[in-house]
Design a protein around this ligand. Structure first.
Ligand code: URA
Length: 296
């Protein structure tokens, strides 16, 4: 006889419930003590030091620890009718614009961008990489996530956000009522920086035109920058992410919102509530409702 709740499904459900609980949403489940798979009491395996193999961004501010979970609106109320307008904050430029000179290429496509990138040796990052991590997902996505750069797992597989931070990003996407295949995920730099250091200015400058072309081709409604490297690159600013995190900004006429990097959340689970609020803003603009737990 088939098992009613096969192990992978059971774990998936438990992870999902733990995620909602972490976000302060406890609508579906009173006592998950008996249903939680062993070893995930914290949800997302957030306890312990985050492995550096795949958890790079260190730049996000250390937020004050909160004793209480954030008060969040109930899931059923997350889609108010009107979407906010993106605003352009006067963010001081980090230097000469990386993007002004990049004109929209007529009839550009993702395969063409990938072909132009080729087996890239334009910057020194190529020396240590195994695989180029171009990007992955729906080429017509309404929502694009931009991270910093590949880590060890991504470098090995050639896919973005497949390590621990990636697992958390997947859970965030699913909590928004989407699947990874619905969105597009890419990074500022396409090759893994050695020791997971932050990409350097020249590396960002060399790789950015490809990111820009990806965004232009996909033409998403919303761009979510994960962490300060992505935000500072697209917004061309030196300002710390906490100054504009969660605010609607604009990138070449598109709505852009910066939030904390999932790797930062692995080290600072208390910030998950802030990120969930940011994602709810995105959901509002995209007309999405949070996915309800299956055990409700
Ligand atoms: N961190 C990133 O910024 N990008 C990835 O693809 C993986 C981890």
């Amino acid at each position: 006889m088939a098992e009613r709740n096969p192990e992978p499904l059971q774990k998936k459900l438990s992870d999902r419930l733990a995620f909602y609980e972490d976000l302060g949403i406890g609508l579906f489940y009173r006592d998950r003590g008996t249903a939680v798979a062993p070893g995930i009491e914290q949800g997302f395996e957030t306890s312990g030091a985050a492995s550096r193999s795949n958890v790079s961004p260190q730049e996000e501010p250390t937020l004050p620890k909160r004793a209480l979970k954030p008060e969040l609106p109930k899931v059923a109320h997350v889609v108010p009718p009107a979407a906010p307008k993106a605003i352009s904050l006067p963010l001081p430029a980090a230097g000469p614009s990386l993007f002004e000179a990049v004109n929209k290429i007529a009839n550009d496509t993702l395969p063409r961008v990938r072909e132009d990138l080729g087996e890239c040796t334009r910057c020194k990052l190529h020396k240590g990489r195994n695989k180029i991590v171009f990007g992955d997902g729906n080429p017509k996505a309404e929502l694009v996530f931009v991270g910093e750069g590949p880590g060890a797992d991504e470098d090995a597989q050639g896919l973005p956000f497949v390590g621990r931070a990636g697992k958390l990003l997947t859970q965030m996407i699913e909590a928004m009522g989407l699947q990874r295949k619905d969105v597009y995920i890419c990074n500022v730099v396409k090759c893994r920086p050695p020791e997971n250091r932050q990409p350097e200015k020249d590396e960002v400058a060399t790789c950015s035109p490809f990111l820009l072309r990806q965004i232009d081709v996909i033409a998403p409604k919303v761009i979510v920058c994960l962490g300060s490297v992505a935000a500072q690159t697209l917004l061309e600013t030196n300002r710390g992410i906490s100054q504009y995190r969660g605010q609607w900004l604009e990138f070449r006429g598109r709505k852009l919102l910066a939030t904390y990097h999932p790797a930062y959340l692995l080290r600072n689970p208390n910030a998950k509530g802030e990120v969930w609020k940011d994602l709810q803003k995105v959901m509002t603009v995209l007309g999405l409702e949070a996915k309800k737990g299956k055990s409700a």
